[in-house]
Design a protein around this ligand. Structure first.
Ligand SMILES: *Cc1c(COP(=O)(O)O)cnc(C)c1O
Length: 370
């Protein structure tokens, strides 16, 4: 009997799935384009690197790798609980916070359900929904950000989950505490709201008016799940650690579907140490605040339009075909990120001052703007 094509055997959602496209690694660019000294401002990574305390903790634990990690993550959960004023039973750890976004969908969403999220938001949301075979309801953006009234109107009896990235990736927009509270008041209690706060720490440091911290809503709105990560402000993207804070019953459901030992032992100790490294976090926030200002001013002065950002990147209108500019920048040894659905925008991660200056200069050269 002849073998059927494996893609015909895959479930429908997976068959038509297009994989998540990560930012191009520096080594790949240097190999493909024959350039040296390339810089990557494409994946919102921390330009200062990981906390030295996290690196030391990893080093100190290298002799224990024959052992399984502490699956209950006692120490890290207690540290996080203390930091956020919640109980350890409210915390679920993940292999990066993207793991938790997926677990939330697996717990609450079946193929007959709908998941609501915004246009120009995190590209992983539609992938997660489609893999389950459920329906994505993409709500048109307003000023490149979430239109909460329209998102509320898109909720119906089949809606099980809403994903909100705040600050939003890839546009950098943010929602105020007042606007979100009004939204939560109007969302029916059968709908889970995942507040994806991967960039929380960056916006927090900017002193923005009415800036939202979703942790404060967990008691009042038990259908809220907050996700945070060690990948961005804590500089640990490579080790994969993130967490969700939720109602304890929700945390227990999330734990049922996670793989055992989904956070490795080095990630646990690195995250613990990073949480205690206040100097590295505040340095990161400070460098980001200055870098955001440098990029925004530099790009605006040269005639580009920058969407105001509360994160560690800017989304910039390059006023011409962004795919061509992206290619031109690669040839200059600068990796940025195209933005799905926005043909004239590029997303640029805030780097160190000299990296920011280099991307501004390269962008001018490639677009012949001076
Ligand atoms: C980077 C990012 C995440 C988290 O990524 P992990 O590395 O898996 O923690 C989550 N949401 C958004 C919007 C992001 O940009």
């Amino acid at each position: 009997m002849s073998r059927p094509a494996f893609s015909d055997l895959a479930v429908a959602g997976v068959r038509s799935l297009k994989p998540y496209v990560p930012g191009k690694p520096v080594e790949e660019l240097e190999r493909q384009y024959g350039v040296t000294n390339a810089i990557k401002l494409a994946s919102n990574e921390n330009p200062l690197g990981a906390s030295p305390k996290a690196l030391a903790a990893i080093h100190d634990n290298l002799t224990q790798l024959e052992r399984y990690p502490d699956d209950g993550a006692y120490t890290l959960k207690n540290l996080l609980a203390k930091q956020h004023g919640v109980r350890p039973e409210q915390i679920t750890l993940g292999n990066g916070s993207s793991n938790l976004l997926e677990l939330a969908a697996r717990v609450f969403v079946a193929p007959e359900h709908e998941v609501v999220f915004a246009q120009y938001s995190f590209l992983l949301y539609p992938i997660i929904v489609q893999a389950i075979g459920a329906t994505s309801v993409v709500v048109a953006a307003k000023n490149f950000g979430h239109d909460l009234d329209a998102m509320c109107a898109a909720i119906n009896a089949n809606t099980k989950l809403v994903f909100i990235a705040n600050p939003n990736n890839p546009t950098g927009t943010w929602l105020t505490r007042t606007a979100l509270e009004k939204f939560f008041d109007n969302v029916p209690p059968h709908v889970m709201i995942v507040m994806d706060e991967a960039y929380f720490e960056f916006g927090k440091a900017l002193g923005l008016d009415d800036y939202a911290d979703a942790m404060v809503w967990l008691d009042k709105y038990p259908n809220v799940i907050v996700t945070r990560t060690f990948s961005k402000a804590y500089g640990l993207a490579g080790i994969r650690a993130g967490y969700a804070v939720s109602h304890p019953e929700v945390a227990s459901l999330l734990s049922r579907v996670r793989a055992p030992f989904n956070v490795n032992s080095l990630a646990l100790v690195a995250a613990q140490a990073a949480l205690g490294d206040h100097a590295h976090l505040s340095n990161t926030q400070d460098v980001n605040k200055k870098g955001l200002a440098q990029l925004t001013r530099g790009l605006t002065q040269r005639g580009f339009t920058v969407i105001p950002s509360a994160a560690n990147f800017v989304c910039v209108d390059v006023k011409t075909n962004a795919a061509q500019v992206y290619e031109g920048l690669l040839r200059e040894g600068v990796i940025v990120r195209p933005v799905a659905g926005l043909a004239q925008h590029l997303r640029i991660t805030v780097g160190r001052p000299e990296e920011n200056a280099r991307v501004i200069a390269a962008l001018c050269k490639v677009t012949r703007h001076d």
